[in-house]
Design a protein around this ligand. Structure first.
Ligand code: ADP
Ligand code: ZN
Ligand code: ZN
Length: 842
């Protein structure tokens, strides 16, 4: 696309991402400044050598802008007159990014059929370069005596300015203002090596300042009051340095007490800049634990890895996988390298992060998409310094720009939140992690109690005649995975027994409560023994839907084909109905909008409903709701979990996010209110997901000294998933599941690509879907076309949704039709997204 105002071309080249040499004449760059972020092509001046990853300065409109060289090309993009293309001005900073980083982004764009720009948007914080400043400094060691006699006028002027400045260092902007035609002079000086050009990482635009209190003397005198002594004692115990707000909170003192201490000279209060990397409370240090036999066997294998290798660490819940990660990372840091740890959700990061912080202190940084732009930016800036560190984050952290990566870990690798469904790129962090580990030549550890089928087959390929090589396009062969196992819990603690309760029988025997008698007894016992428990509900919100008992009317979202959910916040608050797809909210009507009857009632059992029922049946039970409603605010996860860990509640009632990595020794009881919602999802992965979720939830019980127990309530106690969970039998479950997948050519054997279409006009979307499917049938390529079919929830946020699924059998290589042609067939008003290796078919 030509931009008529700028005479530039938006470059989206297809294939080659190879490194260029100085013979080539064109460079595709990412322009990244105030108001612009995009890919453009520039001409390279003959005497300037540029490599991918260099930061350049380029003309853009009337301005000079920062840009990152992405790829060098032999020819300009087609359709653009070469004389229209402007020239790169200069290289500001060489190898700002390692070239392998750009290879990675290019590969993601290619594999997931998406423009590179969309990958860059996930990977880079916005306006990365916009806030950076180019500076010039003298290189005194290279500077001969009377250097100024050898050079031209402008170069001489620049030298004069720089030599007059004590550090020999000025911003380029300043020099340009002082010297006419400064660029020419600078070229000359750079060529001689007398000055160098570099990119200064900018200060945060509004540095965040906070008051810190520092202990000034250890001497205590009699003039101090008891209160003042206490405050000093708190400060001393915490290492002599705390944020003022923290000190006030911890010591329960008033600010006047601290002011008084300052006046007497016992403490100093200062404004201090804080980097907006998510700061967490300081933690007591923690040393390496003596490992169990299986842990040390696993660690030994990991420590011996040299270069790229892929390892599955298959450890039952509570087997001490995290301790293995920690001890695998320690030597990496000692070698001056960094480690990247990916986790499924932010909900579990506070606890996990704490364990890493306790071990590695401030070498730990957290990076996830919920950070503010400022935090994201500061964390980035800090990663680029190359300081050895541990970065913990959710899926997008796979793009963290750590220059010296020594190890990548994916914890709970089976978790589907590692896959992005939308927007593009629809990447899977595990797949990207494999490429990244390969490019950086470092090991990748995949950890799980319930490994994904994908990972499982890559370990045990021999089991089938089909090689994993054929699962991926031939250019990215899958590497075989080594298998490490932690078959036992720490201290040989037993796996908790799983009791399955048939809810049909409960009803037959007159129990209409959502709690079986068994669960009621267990809750009573738990309370009597002062232990803690977790109740898992598959859905958030109060209930699944609200309907009229007289006429059957169901309150639905006006924009989506789903019923609204009832939300109860607190006594006396307005009762709300909310759509979980588009967030449409309305007040709960008193009477049925259809027939006027007052019997509008909610069904199902969301977290709110369970909490209310509990309050009725167990008035003394203290509970905390842990779901996406109660954890919406920043830091809420941490607060709720800390309160629970401190024993401020007996029961944690929550959804999916409870299943992930919680390690709470006091939890003895785990109850699953209803497993049925999980079992009956319309998705070929439903069984795998249900098994993983139930096993993970069950795994929260009995991790401490007291033995645990698990109660699963269901209407289908004979379901193979329930049976396998009850027996803690991963292997025979997965074997049966793999056979089914293989028979139907589903992943991990076959390969899927999903086309999602959506638009405001129902007929138009349907027509488009049919046309695309017809066209896909004429390409002569080797795939099966499923659909077009309406998505299982056909309308979301007023948009109608259709989909087409391509299925490649395992014995063919995945060859895609011309996607540009495909996109061209799709009308403008219908949006088309391509989901490669889709996980969520809804
Ligand atoms: P997983 O991640 O496999 O579920 P964790 O790493 O959370 O298991 O370990 C479970 C518990 O056992 C944690 O509280 C951890 O501190 C403890 N633990 C792990 N390894 C050891 C060890 N070698 N000795 C003693 N305790 C350990
Ligand atoms: Zn009605
Ligand atoms: Zn809606």
């Amino acid at each position: 696309m030509t931009n008529p105002h700028l005479g530039l071309v938006l470059a989206e080249r297809g294939a080659s991402y190879q490194l260029g040499d100085s013979q080539n004449q064109w460079v595709d760059v990412l322009v990244d400044g105030p108001g612009v972020q995009g890919l453009f092509t520039y001409r390279l001046p003959p005497d300037l050598s540029v490599n991918p990853g260099d930061v350049l300065s380029v003309p853009f409109g009337a301005q000079q802008m920062g840009a990152i060289a992405f790829q060098i090309a032999d020819s300009p993009p087609p359709g653009l007159a070469p004389d229209k293309i402007r020239e790169v001005e200069d290289v500001i900073c060489r190898a700002f990014f390692p070239a392998s980083y750009w290879l990675l982004l290019g590969r993601v764009a290619q594999y997931y059929c998406t423009p590179l720009m969309s990958v860059i948007r996930v990977a880079l914080p916005p306006r990365l370069l916009g806030r950076s400043q180019r500076r010039i400094r003298l290189n005194p060691s290279a500077l001969p005596n009377q250097a100024d006699t050898f050079v031209g006028t402008t170069a001489r002027q620049l030298l004069g300015l720089l030599q007059a400045q004590p550090d020999g260092d000025y911003s380029w902007q300043y020099l340009q203002r002082q010297v006419r035609g400064a660029s020419r002079g600078l070229r000359e000086l750079l060529k001689r090596g007398w000055v160098e050009s570099y990119l200064e990482q900018p200060k945060p635009s509004r540095p965040k300042l906070r008051q810190a209190v520092t202990l000034a003397t250890g001497m205590l005198s009699l003039e101090l009051t008891g209160r003042q002594r206490e405050v000093l004692e708190v400060l001393r115990r915490r290492g002599g340095d705390l944020w003022l707000t923290e000190l006030l909170q911890i010591s329960n003192a008033s600010s006047s007490t601290i002011k008084a201490l300052e006046q007497k000279g016992y403490v100093v209060i200062q404004q201090r800049e804080i980097l907006r990397t998510a700061t967490e409370p300081r933690l007591a240090g923690d040393g390496a634990k003596a490992l169990t036999r299986s842990q040390s066997q696993a660690l030994e294998v990991i420590n011996r890895l040299n270069g790229f290798a892929q390892v599955l660490l298959h450890g039952v819940t509570g087997s001490g996988k995290t301790e293995v990660y920690l001890q695998a990372i320690a030597p990496i840091l000692e070698q001056g390298k960094s480690a990247l740890v990916l986790v499924p959700e932010i909900g579990l990061t506070p606890q996990l992060t704490d364990r890493f912080r306790a071990r590695f202190g401030n070498k730990v940084n957290v990076y996830h998409s919920a950070l503010s732009d400022g935090e994201r930016y500061d964390t980035w800036r800090q990663m680029l310094t190359g300081e050895p560190q541990v970065v913990i984050g959710t899926r997008s952290a796979i793009f963290a720009p750590l220059p010296q990566l020594g190890l990548i870990i994916l914890d709970e690798e089976h978790d589907s939140s590692f896959k992005q469904d939308q927007p593009a790129p629809t990447y899977h962090a595990r797949t990207v992690a494999q490429w990244r580990a390969e490019l950086e030549n470092c090991p990748l550890i995949l950890g799980s109690a319930t490994p994904s089928l994908e990972t499982w087959v890559s370990v045990s390929t021999q089991h089938s005649a089909l090689s994993t090589q054929q699962l991926e396009p031939s250019s990215y062969p899958v590497t075989l995975t080594s298998y490490l196992s932690l078959p036992e819990r720490i201290h040989s603690r037993p796996m908790p027994p799983v009791e399955v309760v048939d809810m049909r029988q409960e009803l037959q025997q007159g129990n209409r409560s959502i709690f079986s008698r068994s669960l009621q007894n267990a809750l009573q016992q738990m309370q009597a023994k002062k232990q803690q428990g977790i109740l898992f509900i598959h859905r958030r919100g109060h209930s699944t839907f609200v309907s009229c008992r007289s006429c059957g009317y169901v309150v639905e979202c006006p924009h989506c084909d789903v019923s609204l959910s009832y939300h109860y916040t607190h006594e006396g608050a307005a009762e709300l109905l909310r759509c979980h797809y588009c967030n449409y909210t309305r007040i709960h009507p008193r009477n049925c909008p259809e027939c006027g009857s007052p019997y509008l009632k909610f069904f199902g059992s969301g977290t709110q409903r369970v909490a209310q029922e509990l309050a009725k049946a167990f008035p003394n039970l203290r509970l905390i709701r842990f779901d996406s409603d109660t954890t919406r605010t920043k830091g809420a996860h941490r607060t709720l979990l800390t309160r629970f860990a401190n024993g401020e509640a007996d029961l944690l009632v929550g959804t999916q996010m409870l299943t992930k990595g919680l390690d709470l020794a006091q939890v003895t009881l785990v109850g699953v209110i209803s497993a049925d919602g999980l079992l009956n999802l319309a998705d070929y992965r439903a069984a795998e997901r249900a098994f993983q979720t139930l096993t993970q939830v069950a795994g929260r019980a009995g991790r401490g000294d007291d033995p645990g127990r698990v109660i699963i309530q269901t209407y289908s106690p004979q379901h193979p998933v329930i049976q396998a969970v009850q027996r803690h039998d991963y292997e025979s479950f997965i074997q049966a599941e793999l056979e089914q997948r293989e028979a139907l050519n589903y992943p991990p054997y076959g390969h899927l690509i999903l086309f999602r279409l959506s638009g405001l006009d129902a007929a138009q979307v349907e027509n488009a879907a049919e046309q695309l499917a017809d066209w896909l049938g004429t390409t002569g390529l080797d795939y099966e076309i499923l659909g077009p079919a309406p998505a299982s929830i056909m309308r979301v946020a007023r948009r109608y949704r259709w989909q087409i699924l391509l299925k490649f059998s395992p014995d063919v290589s995945v060859e895609l039709p011309d996607l540009n042609e495909l996109r061209a067939i799709c009308p403008k008003d219908v949006s088309l997204t391509i989901d490669v290796d889709p996980l969520n078919m809804m």
